[in-house]
Design a protein. Structure first.
Ligand code: SF4
Lengths: 384, 265
């Protein structure tokens, strides 16, 4: 009896990610060992071959994402997983996948940085890199789970969004979530819908490789199926041929940015806890949101009307949703394991009428519920 | 009958190569080799990196992928694993394949992935204006070695062989029909095939080093090489400073995909 058949399973975050990838149809994994993401590669190395998939340990992270993009162009869903330093190395290929519109999933288990930093300790210091790590204007989708069950769910969603929108999707985990074990009820998770990229139905020769459909997404033909076309990281026209025509370049760059904004349905995920009447709203994501949840409950017990806004989709930033949730609040606290990367974004959204308060930590330790509670009580507040 | 127009995207012309550039000769030999192997256009994938030689991918009517600088072998590895039935040909240059992409070259060779890698060696970075490359011979002038190159160049064929490539060859644009035959043999080898082709860059390398017109530069290639079979009968002093051409190494061994399938079964 394999573990896959049990309804309730003890799942680690990283293992949940690998299993969900398989369930989402991933049949290609290329990666390079790095803590704290290595279990994902290890599980994929075991599970992919019996499923008819391919696993390859590449020579570095740059090659890993290159191989994933190649496999995806050949029609096979692919994924890679890494951590901070490897994520930095992958940035050029993330931009390539954005521009050439190649679906793929990149998992980044965040560890303490910068540089080699704290290889086995948690952080949330890569949230801005997930948005702006690659050069040039480009779309970005990043999802951030806060439990192993959610890792599973969001990994499937990452593949679905990537297939639907023909763009790389980043799953941002912090080390705590990646290594956390949780009892997970598989009944709902096992039946999550799986989406596959649209394929051309017209005759080869009639297919315009990069002409967008009504949703702004071109239909993708896999290499080898008779639809011969060109793919490049250069600015290109609808046939995929290089161009420097300002009109064409502008149209494509805009279309790519808008692809994510125009298709918000199912993309903008967030969770609200007690925000309706809240005077203090805590903004927290990943493992910090778990601490924030406890702090908010504790504050309520003390009679403080606190609430939690937990973005699940970090990029595109759920600005409208956050602004609506914070409209009635007098205070907004951002709790995150970095020196305020999302605080600026939150401030931009809620406007200058109130100052964002911060509860920040970038020392390799997770933020505790007590620390967030102190911030809610106004006892220990660091402004951005 | 071979008609090159059948294999080219004529709507992409005029092309961007300089007059006299050797890369077009390599492309002609590649298309003739593909024609003689009777491969269909649908089953061929051409993957390239960044540089003048890598722009060739855009002109051919196959599945074509113009990737990032130095990384075409990584993308090609993913394609080959995903669709093993496809014939995957990588076009790279000396800078692309040996400098920024050197790590991928040795690992693709080590794994013996079923790819054919054509490395067009003109000893210079043409696209960026004529800087020295990892194959630039000692003394050659470039914009970044204005008094002559002082770093020792790679012998890419020896490198590929040592790394594990099951087929290694060298050709020159002076001999396009011999080159065509080498490409055929390279594609026919089931594992990783590495083929270095001496090409010329009259725009920078030729001009900076006062090597005459493009025809002179192609002729010079001939003077700098000895065929590997002829070399066996020649005394050592006749081989000094010469590069060997022809099939330098061919030791078939199971291709990566086959090894993988067996080992994970
Ligand atoms: S710069 Fe040199 S290599 Fe590039 S196209 Fe011109 S002649 Fe050829």
């Amino acid at each position: 009896m394999g573990a896959a058949t049990k309804t309730v399973q003890l799942l680690q975050g990283n293992a949940a990610c690998a299993r969900a990838a398989l369930a989402a149809g991933c049949r290609f994994y290329a990666g390079y060992p790095i803590s704290p993401s290595s279990e994902i590669a290890e599980v994929m190395a075991r599970l992919l071959p019996p499923a008819g998939g391919k696993f390859i340990q590449m020579e570095d992270e740059i090659a890993s994402l290159g191989a994933v993009i190649g496999a995806s162009l050949a029609g096979v869903k692919g994924m890679t997983a890494t951590s901070g330093p490897g994520f930095s190395l992958m940035q050029e290929h993330i931009g390539y996948a954005c521009y050439a519109e190649v679906p793929c999933v990149i998992v980044n288990v965040m560890r303490g940085g910068p540089s080699t930093g704290l290889p086995t300790l948690p952080a949330q210091g890569d949230v801005m890199q997930a948005r702006w790590g690659t050069h040039g204007d480009h779309p970005a989708i990043a999802l951030c789970p806060s439990t192993p069950a959610e890792v599973y769910e969001l990994t499937v969603l990452a593949f679905n969004l990537s297939e639907r929108l023909r763009t790389p999707v980043i799953l941002l985990m912090d080390e705590v979530v990646a290594h956390m074990y949780e009892k997970v009820d598989m009944r709902r998770l096992a039946n999550l819908p799986v989406e596959n990229r649209a394929r051309p139905t017209c005759e080869p020769g009639k297919h315009a490789a990069f002409t967008p459909g009504a949703d702004g997404v071109p239909v993708m033909a896999p290499f080898g199926d008779g639809y011969r076309y060109h793919v490049t990281g250069l600015a290109h026209d609808d046939r995929g041929y290089p161009t420097q025509d300002p009109k064409l370049v502008a149209a494509t760059n805009r279309r790519l940015q808008e692809k994510t904004v125009r298709n918000r349905e199912g993309l903008m995920r967030y969770e609200l806890l007690d925000t309706e009447d809240a005077e203090v709203i805590v903004f927290a994501y990943g493992i910090v949101a778990a601490a924030a949840r406890r702090a908010v409950r504790e504050a309520r017990k003390q009679g403080i009307r606190a609430g939690l806004f937990r973005p699940i989709t970090l990029w595109p930033f759920p600005g409208e949703e956050l602004a609506a949730a914070c409209a009635g609040a007098s205070r907004v606290i951002v709790a995150e394991m970095n020196l305020g990367q999302m605080s600026g974004e939150v401030q931009r959204v809620i406007g200058r009428s109130k100052d964002v308060e911060s509860c920040l930590k970038a020392d390799g330790e997770a933020i505790s519920p007590e620390e967030i509670l102190l911030a809610i009580e106004g006892k220990e507040v660091r402004h951005v | 009958m071979f008609d090159f127009r059948e294999y080219l995207r004529m709507e992409m012309f005029p092309h961007m190569l300089c007059p006299g550039c050797g890369h077009g000769i390599v492309l002609g030999a590649l298309l003739r080799a593909i024609h003689s192997l009777k491969l269909t256009k649908d089953e061929i994938v051409v993957v390239s990196g960044i540089g003048c030689s890598s722009r060739l991918a855009g002109y051919v009517d196959f599945n074509t992928l113009h990737t990032t600088h130095g990384r075409p072998l990584a993308f090609a590895t993913g394609i080959k694993l995903a669709r093993p039935e496809l014939t995957v040909i990588v076009i790279t240059g000396d800078g692309d394949g040996l400098s920024i992409g050197g790590n991928h070259l040795i690992h693709a060779a080590r794994r013996n992935v079923g790819l054919t890698c054509l490395l067009l060696n003109n000893q210079i970075y043409g696209m960026t204006g004529g800087q020295f490359a990892p194959t630039t011979q000692i003394g050659r002038v470039s914009t970044t070695s204005p008094k002559g190159q002082y770093e020792t160049p790679f012998d890419s064929c020896k490198l590929a062989e040592a790394a594990g490539a099951s087929f290694v060859a060298r050709g020159i644009t002076y001999e396009p029909s011999a080159l065509e035959k080498l490409i055929v043999a390279a594609i026919e080898n089931k594992g990783f095939s590495f083929l270095e082709v001496a090409s010329d860059c009259p725009e920078f390398f030729g001009r900076f080093n006062k090597l005459g017109n493009p025809a002179d530069q192609i002729l010079m290639q001939k003077q700098n090489v000895v065929d590997v079979e002829a070399a066996a009968a020649l005394p050592a002093e006749r081989l000094r400073g010469k590069m060997l051409t022809g099939i330098l190494h061919h030791e078939p061994r199971p291709e990566y995909g086959a090894v993988y399938a067996e080992s994970v079964a």
